[in-house]
Design a binder for this molecule. Structure first.
Ligand code: PLP
Length: 399
């Protein structure tokens, strides 16, 4: 058994080195530039950003540089960036922070295909006296902006629709949705975890936007919520009043520096890396759909460049993942957060994918390190493992 790390002994596992890692929507390998940027902030510049001495001031300066860099890339002001422990917290801060500002009650609108960080938060609010409207999506996973318009009510506090879906990649009409919210003076939040650094974001119509560093070759456990100036949120964490009173807790300086460097890299390489990913995606779609009894889940073109999701008749997604793993290929079925439970993905169910096909889904997601050789290898291995699994399946393709 591979023991990645033994406490008391310096031994980092390198189990992934020979792997073809195609699960970049779950998490990405840390870029070496990011590790290099972070390292001094664990060792020599370890100060607390609130301390008055120069060690503390150095940490504070690095944090503010990261904040400014992120703000510059988004075309917003540094004060509008609130660092968090990741996107789960950022999404929670957007929804709960809006809800807690009221005296209780009010209406929120979200979609059926949101990440659990939004979905379960909205569901929890619904048990606490808030009304939540869940918008349906079409067969490609798109929310209709007109449905948003129709669902708005005088007591609507917030609309939350993700920019691009983490399971199927489909992009949402967030420009149109944001414009409708603006017209009606309703807050618009978008979870941009998978879209940030890969596609353009219409910041002029977005009030809150959640990002996570580990999806863009940065460290785990750090992210931010963009909060437009003037938007009032109740804090979820109370304490020393960090982040302008919006999120207390000693700041994760190495993480924040890593998030800044990951942002710099992602935006510097955006056109080039996204074009390569798009090419891989198209190659995967063409290659996989040649196999009988397969379907693409999501939109073929209006989609994030790094995600392709397929369903295979007469196959369990989990078996497919384990078979691919035997070939040193890492992919996933559904999202990493929900795959241990054997319920079919809520996203595929919302698309109307038949249950038998929803159980046989495969998500392939590329990263900046993915090569054409890796995609070719997957396309060679996949027909073989699909056939092996179908040979032992009690179900028939087309049956
Ligand atoms: C779309 C989306 N939102 C939110 C999250 C949660 O992010 P974090 O891992 O930073 O809490 C994820 C991670 O899977 C995601 O893909």
């Amino acid at each position: 058994m591979l023991i990645p790390y033994q406490f008391g002994r310096i031994s980092a596992g390198d189990g992934m080195n020979n792997k073809i890692y195609l699960d970049n929507s779950a998490t990405t390998p840390l870029a070496s530039e990011v590790l290099e940027a972070m390292t001094p902030f664990f060792q020599s510049s370890y100060g607390n950003a609130s301390s008055l001495h120069s060690t503390g001031r150095d940490a504070h300066k690095a944090m503010e540089q990261s904040r400014s860099l992120i703000a510059e890339h988004l075309g917003v002001t540094p004060h509008e960036i609130v660092f968090t422990s990741g996107a789960t917290e950022a999404d929670n801060l957007a929804l709960l922070g809006t809800a807690l500002r009221t005296n209780g009650g009010g209406h929120m609108i979200t979609s059926r295909i949101e990440h659990d960080a939004v979905r379960h938060t909205a569901r929890w609010l619904a048990t606490r006296g808030f009304d939540v409207t869940l918008l349906d999506v079409d067969e490609a996973g798109r929310v209709s902006a007109q449905d948003v318009r129709k669902a708005l009510r005088p007591d609507t506090l917030l609309v939350s629709v993700m920019a691009g879906n983490n399971e199927i990649g489909t992009l949402q009409p967030i420009q149109e949705i944001g414009e409708i919210c603006r017209e009606r003076d309703v807050l618009f939040h978008t979870d941009a975890v998978q879209a940030y650094g890969k596609v353009g974001l219409p910041m002029d119509v977005i009030d809150m936007l959640a990002v996570s560093a580990h999806k863009l070759h940065g460290p785990k456990g750090v992210g931010f919520l963009y909060v437009r100036k003037g938007v009032k949120l109740a804090p979820l964490l109370h304490g020393g009043g960090h982040e302008g009173g919006r999120r207390s807790g000693t700041e994760n300086i190495p993480g924040i520096v890593g998030l800044g460097e990951a942002t710099r890299l992602a935006f510097a390489e955006k056109e080039q890396v996204s074009a390569r990913m798009r090419q891989f995606r198209d190659q995967l779609i063409t290659g996989v759909l040649k196999l009988p009894g397969t379907r693409l889940n999501g939109h073929p073109t209006d989609s994030l460049p790094h995600i392709a999701n397929f369903s295979f008749e007469a196959i369990e997604g989990e078996s497919l993942i384990m078979k691919l793993d035997e070939h040193d290929i890492a992919a996933s079925t559904g999202s990493a957060c929900s795959s241990p439970n054997l319920e079919p993905s809520h996203v595929l169910v919302a698309l109307g994918v038949p249950l038998s096909m929803a159980h046989g889904s495969l998500r392939i997601s590329t990263g900046r390190q993915t090569t054409s050789h890796e995609i070719e290898k997957l396309l060679q291995v996949l027909p073989v493992v699909v056939q092996e699994l179908r040979d032992i399946s009690p179900f028939k393709v087309g049956g």
